[in-house]
Design a protein around this ligand. Sequence first.
Ligand SMILES: O=C(O)CCC(=O)C(=O)O
Ligand SMILES: [Fe+2]
Length: 343
Amino acid sequence: MATKTFRLANGGGPLSLTPKYILPQEKRPTLSEISILASIPIIDLKEPSALVVEQISKACEEYGFFQIINHGIPVELCDKTMAVITDFFELPPEEKAPFFSTDLTKQVKLFNYFVKDGSQNKVSMWSECFSHPWHPLDDIIHLLPQNPPQYREVVAEYAKEIGVLMKRLLSLISQGLGLEKDCLEKKLGEKPILRAQGNYYPPCPDPELTLGLNVHTDLNALTIVSQTEGVTGLQVIKDGKWVAVESIPNAFVINLGDQIQVLSNGRYKSVHHRAVTNKTLKRVSLATFYAPSRDAIIGPIEDLIDEQHPAVYRKFHYSEFLDEFYKQEGTRRMVKEIFELKY
Ligand SMILES: O=C(O)CCC(=O)C(=O)O
Ligand SMILES: [Fe+2]
């Protein structure tokens, strides 16, 4: 994929690797240590459903991450969606600037992540991110970009398909836990918070010095990621080592967020991951998130608690979790740990 000129909305000129982007030694990615032998499971959703349930369950226990193929969303739609997101990021800064905001409560926002170094100075991530709801779209469609001209229409079509796939995955994950098919969907509440986030990582002159996205776990329940074909960048922790997630054609990367770790009483994992940059190639990813209703009560599901498996977390309203999350902004977050029960 050719890289058009990329310029940040909030900063004018072409990106350059100034000290603002250079991480302190201990936060750098050390790319020579990435394990190339391991990779996350690839699950074919066309296989018989009992087998798929078993494979997903194993992947959720061991990795918290997997890829799916034959997921039913048309390839052309996925390609069109990635194209409109990419074109949006590659607009001139003045066209993107109206979307830029540091206000966390904004429904539609273009922003940059940062981390704090030892002296509490902000170090910017080598990326630009664009976030907005994917459902319900009617209320906010007028706030979405009009350029590229197909943005609204394509994203709306993609969102519809993602909704179907989300429900299917929640059902398969519920079954993997030995629960009713609709158990997780019900627990997550009637007004789930459904947001999408595009991440644009321009080529970086020295990927050893920066990160595209800092180490984190997703705070929501379930994430579906689509990524630029042929460019790796996402890495996940497996047995204490960083593993690169391959970029395979027509696949989605699925990962569990903190809420499923809590609901499953720690049986399924929400795993630390990060995005690294590439010296010559840009990479774009689109994450769609399924998070609980603000008023949903999240805690270990009763059926998963017994003498051998006492509750690991206390119950909380999802809104409490969000408050804690925002309090820890810019740090290496430890949000769900706050809700752990200590025996
Ligand atoms: O670029 C990626 O693949 C990582 C996306 C991600 O982790 C996120 O948006 O939470
Ligand atoms: Fe993530």
